[in-house]
Ligand binder design. Structure first.
Ligand code: DAS
Length: 359
């Protein structure tokens, strides 16, 4: 019976809203104006049955249906949607990041836009959120949101995640906190958060904890971002037309230099070493990294160990002597994002190290 009710609720609310074509007359102006930019992912996914919470096709449902599926959005904001992409986020490219960032920046400059929500696949959501945190020049709330289950599944999380994201984007007290991520009732900074569980609704974690919570449309804050973001950064999306190619190589027992050399031959301007422990580098790999550094490739030591530590400079490796950079507490995928932006501004490893400590 529940199953039938669940499905009929989802379908009837979508049907009702699409028949209505617009939001109810009560939807008078005077509410914050929030634009939803849809890019695809599971939040736009569809499965064959309500029992398919993990087997489904991502990037199927268009933005107007996502909005129609949550008519309660009209209680918190005047909402409109744009379909920027319709892709699974594991396929995001640097060009997708630039296109999305430029659209967000253009909307943020509009006086009739108070907040922006980006619906996104969860696989690389953390990378997009960190990228936008670095390059957007706005204090307006920008909130990235996804879901771990498709809207067709029992106990789907997308509807409430979207409602929460719009409520945060409409909240005056969300301004000036950098790019935010709302998942599973929590509000995270785009800088810290990462997908830490690959199949539960409680998937997104920040090693230093969330900034706050969003409950029944109200924000509750418990800390503020500690690193430079948005209007406080030296990067600007409107001055970026290309990101530097940067790749990631994993550290593990029996590691070889093959991947690092291949990345450099493929044009990588930096290689992120996702090292064991404190960013350690196998003795079988160190000579190749020294050789790549001597050819101008930046070497950035991150760690495959995530969840609340940081790579200490000159601890496991003589970074000063080798002229390498440490990624501090950034996980390898976020280190790649910062390096790909930072290398558009500097080739100096000391400047890069400053940036890794500040952003
Ligand atoms: N493939 C995943 C993505 O698009 C689906 C998801 O979890 O959103 O990121």
């Amino acid at each position: 019976m529940t199953r039938l009710l669940t499905r009929s609720f989802v379908l009837s609310s979508v049907l009702a809203a699409s028949l209505a074509g617009a939001f109810p007359a009560a939807y008078a102006d005077g509410k914050p104006h929030v634009v939803i930019l849809a890019t695809g992912g599971t939040i736009a996914g569809a499965g064959a049955s309500v029992a398919n919470s993990a087997t489904y096709q991502a990037a199927k449902v268009p933005v107007d249906k996502l909005i129609a599926g949550v008519p309660e959005l009209a209680n918190v904001a005047e909402v409109r949607g744009e379909q920027v992409f319709q892709i699974a986020s594991e396929s995001f490219t640097n060009d997708n990041l630039l296109t999305l960032g430029k659209r967000v920046a253009a909307l943020a400059r509009q006086p009739d836009v108070d907040g922006i929500v980006i619906t996104h696949g969860t696989d690389t959501l953390e990378e997009t959120a960190y990228f936008l945190n670095l390059v957007l020049k706005t204090d307006k709330p920008v909130v990235v949101v996804g879901s771990m289950r498709p809207g067709t599944a029992m106990s789907a999380d997308g509807m409430l995640n979207l409602y929460n994201a719009v409520a945060v984007a409409a909240a005056k007290d969300a301004a000036g906190k950098g790019v935010l991520v709302t998942m599973n009732d929590e509000i995270h900074t785009g800088r810290d958060v990462s997908k830490s569980v690959n199949i539960k609704t409680e998937a997104f974690k920040s090693p230093w904890g969330p900034l706050g919570m969003i409950v029944e449309g109200k924000t509750y804050w418990f800390r503020a971002p500690a690193k430079r973001h948005t209007t406080g950064t030296e990067f600007d999306i409107d001055k970026l037309d290309k990101l530097a190619p940067v790749d990631i190589a994993y550290g593990y027992g029996n590691a070889t230099p093959t991947a690092y050399r291949a990345f450099a031959e493929g044009g990588a301007r930096a290689v992120i070493h996702a090292g064991t422990g404190n960013g350690s580098v196998s003795s079988a790999v160190v000579p190749a990294l020294q050789e790549l550094r001597s050819k101008g490739v930046q070497i950035i030591r991150s760690s495959r160990v995530v969840g609340g530590g940081f790579v200490l400079r000159n601890a496991e490796q003589p970074d000063d002597k080798y002229d390498w950079v440490v990624a501090h507490d950034l996980n390898p995928q976020k280190a790649r994002i910062l390096a790909s932006v930072a290398l558009t501004k500097t080739q100096d490893s000391k400047e890069l190290q400053r940036m890794f400590m500040e952003y």
